[in-house]
Design a binder for this molecule. Structure first.
Ligand SMILES: N[C@@H](CCC(=O)N[C@@H](CS)C(=O)NCC(=O)O)C(=O)O
Length: 354
């Protein structure tokens, strides 16, 4: 009896692994340019597969962890901005039905409701599950799909044990690292990236130009996808949730008070960080590089890219911390170089390149 049961569950898990592999292959195939699907590392069939974007802050966190772990992976570098082509709107690749179906598998495991509105943040904890974003990790060995950068980073740290450990063992240290990770996860990054600041908008001009139409294009593409997939109710619900969120962002893009509040909030968090750092050691947890440093590193680089390094003006510990973080090879490659390669030129980044 037991043998039959375990045979059955083995074949169940084999078939669900197969179906996951097919779903991942379909999401890959929906990308416009297959050349953006590559293997990072020296193995033919890596255990991990990442759907991400070079420019995406949340993807940079995950790639920096994979770099620290020296884990090979299949990299699917997606275009996450819809753009206007000669024949009309070219949809962002992470809105493709095949990719969203794969994400919905991860969403079921996450057990959170779809995102219901816009706050300028992207944290699953505070906003709910956005079915139309990157990054997304497939673990082909475990037959699992994991959504959300915070969860993916923690998952990779607990799964790949043979290299650096980014979340420590000591319960107090774990609590502190995860507290910092949570703080960064709730920074209103979308507000800072998409928003037109009324006082000093230091973002590159080419980036501002993209942001003039970003919400309109997103909504238009998503409406088209709803019409084209009207028979698939789960997909339609996912696209509707995304429209709700993006429609909420549209009036905030030029909302002066909202934009000022987002910056003010970021400054307060940096003041807290300045107090949390001891002013001597390179990292949050002394000499031990941790997941807290990965996420702060990526986010500080993004703020620098946006011309917002002034937010840590007069905060000596954060200034020193930033200098240490940008020297870390994982952050240099996955946040600094990747941003320079994939985003419009931003002058403050020149000083960080070597
Ligand atoms: N909480 C999610 C947020 C993911 C997220 O917002 N991703 C952004 C890039 S950092 C994205 O895909 N934006 C494209 C879009 O909204 O269409 C995570 O950390 O993974």
């Amino acid at each position: 009896m037991n043998a039959t049961k375990s045979d059955a569950s083995k074949s169940d898990s084999t078939s669900s692994n197969e179906s996951l592999m097919k779903m991942a292959a379909a999401a890959r195939a929906a990308m416009v340019d297959r050349a953006r699907s590559t293997i990072v590392g020296d193995v033919e069939n890596p255990r991990f597969e990442l759907f991400h974007a070079a420019s995406s802050l949340c993807s940079q966190k995950v790639r920096a962890v994979l770099h620290e772990k020296r884990s090979p992976y299949r990299s699917n570098d997606m275009l996450i901005l819809s753009s206007m082509g000669a024949d009309g709107l070219v949809p962002a690749e992470h809105y493709s039905p095949a990719y969203v179906r794969l994400r919905l598998v991860a969403g079921r495991e996450l057990g959170r409701e779809f995102v219901k509105g816009y706050s300028g943040r992207t944290s699953v904890e505070t906003e709910g599950f956005d079915p139309c974003v990157v990054p997304l990790l497939v673990d082909h060995q475990a037959g699992r799909v994991i959504a959300d950068s915070l969860r993916i980073c923690a998952y990779l740290d607990s799964t790949v044990r043979e290299t650096i450990q980014l979340v420590p063992d000591d319960p107090e240290a774990v609590a502190e690292v995860m507290r910092q990770v949570g703080i960064v996860d709730r920074i209103p990054n979308t507000a800072l990236l998409y928003g037109f600041h009324p006082d000093a908008d230091m973002r590159p001009e080419a980036l501002k130009a993209v942001m003039e139409t970003v919400y309109e294009y997103k909504i238009q593409v998503l409406e088209g996808l709803i019409a084209a997939n009207a028979g698939e109710s789960e997909l339609v619900a996912a696209y509707r949730a995304k429209i709700t969120k993006e429609s909420g962002g549209l009036p905030r893009r030029r909302d002066a008070e909202f934009q000022r509040a987002a910056r003010h909030h970021a400054r307060k968090l940096l003041e807290d960080l300045d107090r949390d750092l001891d002013g001597q050691s390179p990292y949050l947890m002394g000499n031990a590089f941790s997941l807290g440093d990965v996420v702060w590193g990526v986010n500080l680089v993004r703020l620098a890219y946006l011309g917002l390094a002034s937010l840590w003006g007069g905060l000596p510990n954060v200034t020193r911390y930033f200098d240490a973080l940008v020297r870390r090879p994982s952050l240099y490659k996955e946040a600094i170089e990747a941003s320079v390669r994939s985003l419009p030129h931003s002058k403050p980044m020149d000083a960080l390149m070597h």
